[in-house]
Design a protein. Structure first.
Length: 144
């Protein structure tokens, strides 16, 4: 029987809270635009954020990948209210796990980086597959 290799997985998640509620966005693309404009990749439901409030850019380095958040659009036009990351006003910031970005009143995003391994499973036709059942796990209805 050949052994399948362990697969390493990385996920970049942006948890957005706005007027629409709370949602998780799995970041996979190279760039994202955030704002209330309908042409943005991530549309924020709030009158207090700019049409194009921020830009996310995936940065790929030799040993790691991460996202950089930039205030405004890709042409350099900044948002009206700016960005607060972990309580500090910034023009741009390289996101790390747990960073909290405030885009306006009651509009925030939390960045999460998840890393894990996927282990191969034994095929179901394995002749050595044995399921053991503990009698204590079985509910027995008693008649009175």
């Amino acid at each position: 029987m050949s052994v399948k290799p362990v697969k390493h997985r990385e996920e970049h998640i942006l948890i957005v809270t706005d007027g629409k509620g709370h949602r998780e966005i799995n970041l996979q693309d190279k760039t994202y635009s955030l704002g209330r404009g309908v042409k943005c990749n991530i549309v924020l439901q709030s009158q207090f954020v700019s049409r194009h409030h921020a830009t996310l850019i995936r940065r790929e380095e030799e040993d790691s990948n991460y996202y950089r958040i930039i205030d405004g659009d890709s042409e350099g036009k900044t948002s009206v209210n700016g960005l607060l990351v972990n309580g500090k006003k910034v023009r741009f910031h390289d996101l790390k796990h747990g960073d909290k970005v405030i885009l306006g009143p009651q509009v925030e995003a939390v960045y999460q980086y998840r890393e894990y391994d996927i282990f191969p499973t034994i095929p179901p036709d394995d002749p050595y597959d044995i399921t053991l059942i503990d009698p204590a796990m079985i509910d027995v209805e008693e008649e009175y």
